[in-house]
Design a protein around this ligand. Structure first.
Ligand SMILES: NC(=O)c1ccc[n+]([C@@H]2O[C@H](COP(=O)([O-])OP(=O)(O)OC[C@H]3O[C@@H](n4cnc5c(N)ncnc54)[C@H](O)[C@@H]3O)[C@@H](O)[C@H]2O)c1
Length: 254
């Protein structure tokens, strides 16, 4: 089902080897974008890019640690070298932090969350913006979380980094509103991905234990976030910048 909403665009998705990033990379490609799938897991990102190409899309994979400036710079340059200036960026990679109270938290775990979830988005945006200036327009979509707004005990670094992303997107939006570059956050509620399988033991248990915390009574699916990412990435959202799109089954409405 392609609507060509991103026809002729070059897109980058970080954390694209699985879950929300993978679903988004597929959706961007189905809408006509050439997509660079960047991830720590080169093999899985490579398989995903090959699968997109096998279906007639344009994709490439790149190994990238979003917390490492040289790695981000090189990965983004490689995508631009292959496909041309990048005008869509989904800054989506995040690390999994242990559930620990602030008083018991190791500085190492705190720093790890900041370096991937927050600095990783800063670095990705830093190297995407010149691409977008060269392309003449752009849309940066940052994956935040409903936990950017609703705090949860034992999730300090996650809530803090995701909350900070809402402000970071607003700053980018203001700095580049005159350049045709938009920046927004996309905030999912609980989505059935490997991330939750790792946190709960398996996805059935995640659905049983966390699904009911969402007023709609279930977890979301990666495709339900990918469709919103297409909206934010494309001209369908042409007057939207510095905003947060919350897609959480009503989680934060309480
Ligand atoms: N699944 C949920 O319930 C949920 C809810 C709200 C927000 N989110 C957010 O959505 C995004 C994607 O979530 P998901 O559930 O698909 O996650 P996931 O953990 O299943 O996948 C994350 C991907 O990011 C990659 N990654 C991790 N560290 C990286 C790094 N330093 N550099 C590059 N890649 C790295 C991993 O290899 C993996 O492929 C994250 O930002 C997450 O915080 C998820």
């Amino acid at each position: 089902m392609a609507n060509d909403l991103l026809a002729g665009k070059v897109a980058v998705v970080t954390g694209a080897a699985q879950g929300i990033g993978l679903a988004t990379a597929r959706a961007f490609a189905a809408e006509g974008a050439a997509v660079g799938l960047l991830d720590l897991n080169e093999a899985k990102a490579g398989d995903a890019a090959a699968a997109i190409e096998a279906m007639g899309g344009r994709a490439m994979a790149g190994v990238c640690d979003v917390s490492d400036e040289a790695s981000v710079s090189a990965a983004i340059e490689a995508v631009a070298d292959k496909f041309g200036p990048i005008s869509v960026g989904m800054c989506n990679a995040a690390t999994l932090t242990p559930k620990v109270a602030i008083a018991d938290m190791a500085l190492e775990d705190w720093n790890q969350a900041l370096s991937v979830n927050l600095t990783g988005v800063f670095l990705t945006a830093k190297y995407l913006i010149p691409q977008m200036l060269a392309a003449g327009s752009g849309s940066i979509v940052i994956t935040a979380s409903q936990m950017a707004r609703v705090a949860t005990p034992l999730r300090g670094p996650y809530c803090a980094t995701k909350g900070a992303l809402l402000q970071l997107a607003k700053v980018i939006a203001l700095e580049h509103a005159g350049d045709g570059i938009r920046a927004n956050t996309l905030s999912p509620g609980g989505i059935a991905t490997d991330r939750l399988a790792r946190q709960y033991g398996d996805l059935d248990r995640a659905e049983r234990e966390w699904g009911p915390a969402h007023p709609m009574g279930r977890l979301g699916q990666p495709g339900e976030i990918a469709r919103a990412a297409v909206y934010l990435a494309s001209d369908e959202s042409s007057f939207m910048t510095g905003a947060d799109l919350l897609i959480d089954g009503g989680y934060a409405a309480r």
